[in-house]
Design a protein around this ligand. Structure first.
Ligand SMILES: CC(C)=CCC/C(C)=C/COP(=O)(O)O
Length: 259
């Protein structure tokens, strides 16, 4: 007949042999795990070698680490499934040329060249001010995306075909999506500083959504790259507004453009 377990053992969640049946995260955090080096030291067991710090971390990953790696796993899985235009042979491969046109609509070169051209053609001081700030916003965006890509160094999805129109070295990385960042930034900028009819304003927001979705469908990005890109672009607009360039703050720059 098995010997009755003492109430103390039951409370501690351990069996009669003294080995734990349940590992409470809370009690492990407050007292250290039963097998942790500190516990072993306390119990006077000199035979077992202390566990290196990294091993403890691997065995007891924090809740945040588990949540993050689960999110990343879901992100990789869902992004791969949504990458339906990643190649000509993919499920929606025939839509790839259209996706690439959408890609060019959010590329940095047309936006930079278009803004520069508009600046050269502008004949009012209000237009010059807005376009100069748009140029500043586009350059700030390129720089910030390059810095974050260079720090995070997240490779592009394996199913991506690297056949993009004009890229720079950090564009081999995918976090964050430069297109999503630019689309969110330009959209906020245009809605705030251009007087547009409502249908055009709606079209602008739709364009952001289409550019963002197309990044994942083309297989260029995982969903988290695009979501972070949108957030970064949104925040960058606030930076641009905060640093707004005006003939009062940078007269020399405006003198350069006045005819
Ligand atoms: C060369 C210039 C001026 C811009 C590069 C634009 C570009 C290719 C960004 C990468 O975008 P994703 O990160 O969304 O793929």
């Amino acid at each position: 007949m098995p010997s009755p377990r003492s109430s103390r053992e039951r409370r501690a969640g351990s069996s009669s042999s003294g080995r734990p049946e349940f590992l409470s995260l809370v009690s492990q955090r407050s007292t250290g795990s039963p097998d942790s080096p500190s516990r072993r030291k306390e119990s006077g067991s000199s035979a077992a070698a202390p566990m290196p710090e990294e091993d403890c971390m691997k065995l007891n990953p924090s809740f945040v680490a588990i949540a993050l790696s689960s999110l990343l796993a879901i992100d990789l899985w869902a992004s791969k499934r949504l990458g339906v235009c990643a190649g000509e042979g993919s499920a929606w491969g025939s839509a790839r040329p259209l996706m690439k046109v959408i890609e060019i609509s959010g590329h940095g070169i047309p936006w930079l060249l278009g803004t520069f051209y508009g600046l050269c053609q502008s004949d009012s001081s209000a237009a010059r001010e807005v376009l100069l700030n748009l140029l500043f916003a586009l350059l700030l965006d390129l720089m910030m995306v390059a810095v974050v890509k260079g720090i995070v160094k997240r490779p592009r999805p394996t199913h991506n075909k690297m056949d993009m129109f004009v890229t720079i070295s950090v564009d081999k990385y995918s976090f964050p999506s430069g297109h999503a960042t630019r689309a969110a930034l330009v959209c906020r900028f245009v809605l705030r500083h251009l007087v547009l009819a409502v249908p055009l304003r709606v079209l602008m927001v739709l364009w952001v959504l289409i550019v963002s979705i197309s990044r994942v469908m083309l297989g260029r990005h995982n969903m988290t790259d695009v979501l972070f890109g949108l957030l970064l672009g949104y925040v960058l607009y606030s930076v641009v507004e905060y640093c707004w360039l005006s003939p009062l703050s940078v007269p020399a720059l405006f003198a350069l453009w006045s005819h």
